[in-house]
Design a protein around this ligand. Structure first.
Ligand SMILES: [Zn+2]
Ligand SMILES: [Zn+2]
Length: 269
């Protein structure tokens, strides 16, 4: 543990971060789920109910389909996506505090939400699991995945920030799910320009060539992979990594993010 981290631990003893809402920073008591105050918990748009069958985002009430507007127009490289909530001002505030506000402890709360989500999905499929068990399929462990992979960050950026928030989340999530979490299979070889303001096609071009698989990636053959990131916008980054992973023939590549852009007819340009 470095000196700075030690300082932080001591500070945490005096003022436990668990006492503050991860969204609005108001003082809460320890019984609050995911360390959210009641108001923030209510105002977060949880991705429950009608969600896109492909990417998992909350479907707009004007969308009669089972697929979101974005997935209808864009083919994705991943198998299935899941997300916790819509990227509204509350989700944004949580992500900003995690990335820039010195509240890396938020990764734990996000991981908890993610693990609960996967458990809920698993339970909703429990009849399938029971059937498989009757057929003697022993493959069903606790998780539907063998390994969690965080979306890598370019090394200079990581050095500057001190951490990759996707890694912090993925590590905590993997602990909950009792699966492995590894960073050494994919490398980010270039730092692409910020995606904000880019159209879907431009995002795709922007991310092209930003990642490469390392020589260890062969170990992922036949594995059930879950890619983890903080935000999903058009899915360009996660698509690019999924596309690369196909080269080593995993049995599936699903994605899990904390927040996802709203289901709108046209992406904001
Ligand atoms: Zn709050
Ligand atoms: Zn979708």
């Amino acid at each position: 543990m470095g000196f700075l981290e030690l300082g932080k631990e001591l500070l945490d003893l005096a003022y436990p971060s668990s006492l503050y809402c991860i969204c609005c920073n108001k003082i809460i008591d320890e019984s609050r789920v995911y360390r959210l105050c009641d108001k923030c918990n209510e105002e977060i748009k949880w991705s429950n109910g009608r969600t896109c069958k492909k990417c998992g985002k909350l479907l707009s009430s004007i969308n009669p389909s089972e697929i979101c507007f974005n997935c209808r127009e864009n083919e994705h490289e991943f198998d299935r996506g899941f997300t916790i909530c819509e990227y509204n001002e509350h989700a944004r505030s949580i992500v900003l505090s995690l990335k820039y506000g010195g509240r890396t402890d938020i990764a734990k709360s996000i991981a908890e939400m993610m693990s609960d989500k996967m458990l809920m999905i698993k339970e909703s499929k429990s009849h399938v699991i029971k059937e498989r068990k009757l057929q003697g399929d022993s493959k069903d462990g606790y998780s539907d995945y063998d390994i969690a992979l965080p979306v890598p960050m370019f090394k200079d950026k990581r050095k500057k920030r001190g951490f990759n928030q996707a890694t912090l989340i993925a590590r905590e999530f993997a602990k909950h799910q009792n699966i492995r979490c590894r960073e050494y299979y994919i490398q980010r070889v270039k730092d692409s320009a910020p995606m904000r303001g880019l159209k879907p096609v431009e995002r795709k071009e922007n991310i092209n060539g930003a990642f490469r698989l390392t020589r260890y990636a062969e170990e992922l053959r036949g594995k059930r992979i879950l890619l983890i990131d903080d935000i999903y916008t058009t899915g360009a980054t996660l698509d690019e990594i999924s596309r690369l992973l196909r080269n080593v023939k995993p049995s599936k590549v699903d994605i899990l993010t904390f927040a996802s852009g709203a289901d709108v007819l046209k992406e904001e340009e």
